[in-house]
Design a protein around this ligand. Structure first.
Ligand code: ADE
Ligand code: ZN
Length: 326
């Protein structure tokens, strides 16, 4: 077993990253200062994001996002996020973008934000070689009506850059079925589909996301491990899990990485991938995730090659883009 390698050197594909959730705290503070916005309770004494549990995390996330008010702010955010990712060896990244935060789901405003984000992403691709694509995401706790407006934004801008549609937010609120209409709109627009499930909800939440939303990927999905029949179904159907171990530990879904089910899921044949979710909130990076997996589960180069294959296969971009990255 060759474990003497530096995970920093591996080329990585990241499929689960929230755009605002990737904002470094310094970045949010700088913009707040420029705009003279009082952020309230967002940072601790050391300047890190401060939250007590998942619901409080969502509050802090949305409070920090309040400072991002213009397309220009999102262009700057995009550059900052892609610099971080490129430094971690990421060559392709899919980011969750929420029109709810970018123009309030107004299609005209959303297009201006998207234009600014794309220009920054194109510059990052030229300068750093990293490729970004967008997955439009509705927010579960904002409800089905907002999700329809979000799906309308997604349908209007679907194409070679906006490649997917998903749902994030509080898994305890509502049911996947409530969002079927939004997902049907997105599917008809040609978008690939993913849903956060099996992070706070158990196996039934994962089943519902697959059956009621028709997704080909699940954000997290790790609590499927509580039902081995479901695990086998995931393995057989090839549904891909966007696993974010550091996020799950930071938010206390699992007490530590050693007790995280990623290894059991992959040993039982589930296609797993590795992402950071909201890296500064969870004090993580892609290199840290890979290093933790290497040391905890003795993952060697071959396992990481399998992860890279799974990730590129499951990416929502077109075949030409994949071929260039392979
Ligand atoms: N939004 C940002 N991060 C999230 C997570 N881990 N789960 C659900 N919604 C989110
Ligand atoms: Zn997430």
């Amino acid at each position: 077993l060759d474990l003497e390698f530096d995970v920093a050197e591996l080329r990585k594909v990241e499929l689960h990253l929230h755009h605002e959730g990737a904002a470094p705290p310094e970045f949010i503070r700088r913009i707040a200062q420029e705009k003279r916005i009082d952020l309230g309770k967002v940072f601790d004494a050391r300047g890190n994001y401060a939250y007590t549990d998942f619901v409080d995390f969502l509050r802090v996330y949305e409070a920090a996002t309040e400072v991002l008010k213009t397309p220009e702010d999102y262009a700057r955010l995009t550059t900052a996020v892609l610099e971080q990712s490129a430094e971690n060896g990421v060559i392709y990244s899919e980011t969750f973008l929420s029109p709810d935060f970018c123009g309030g789901s107004d299609v005209g405003a959303w297009k201006e934000y998207l234009h600014a984000i794309r220009e920054a992403a194109d510059a990052a691709e030229r300068n750093m070689g990293i490729v970004l694509r967008g997955v439009i995401t509705c927010i579960r706790h904002f409800g089905p009506d907002k999700a329809r407006a979000t799906a309308a934004c997604a349908a209007e801008t679907a194409g070679d850059w906006i490649v997917g549609f998903g749902i994030a937010g509080d898994e305890a609120k509502g049911k996947p079925k409530d969002f079927s209409y939004a997902f049907d709109m997105a599917r008809e627009a040609g978008l690939h589909l993913t849903a956060h499930a099996g992070e706070w909800g158990g196996p039934q939440s994962v089943r519902d996301a697959i059956n009621d939303l028709g997704v080909s990927r699940i954000g997290h999905g790790v609590r499927a491990i509580e039902d081995l029949a479901l695990v086998d179904q995931l393995a057989e159907s090839g549904v891909v899990l966007e696993v974010c171990p550091g996020s799950n530990v930071a938010l206390r879904v699992y007490p530590d990485i050693a007790r995280h089910p990623i290894q059991m899921l992959r040993e039982r044949g589930v296609k797993v991938t590795v992402s950071t979710d909201d890296p500064p909130f969870f004090h993580t990076t892609m290199n840290r995730e890979y290093e933790a997996l290497r040391t905890t589960f003795s993952w060697d180069r071959e396992v990481f090659a399998e992860i890279a294959r799974n990730s590129l296969d499951a990416a929502f971009c077109d075949a030409d883009t994949k071929a260039k990255l392979a």
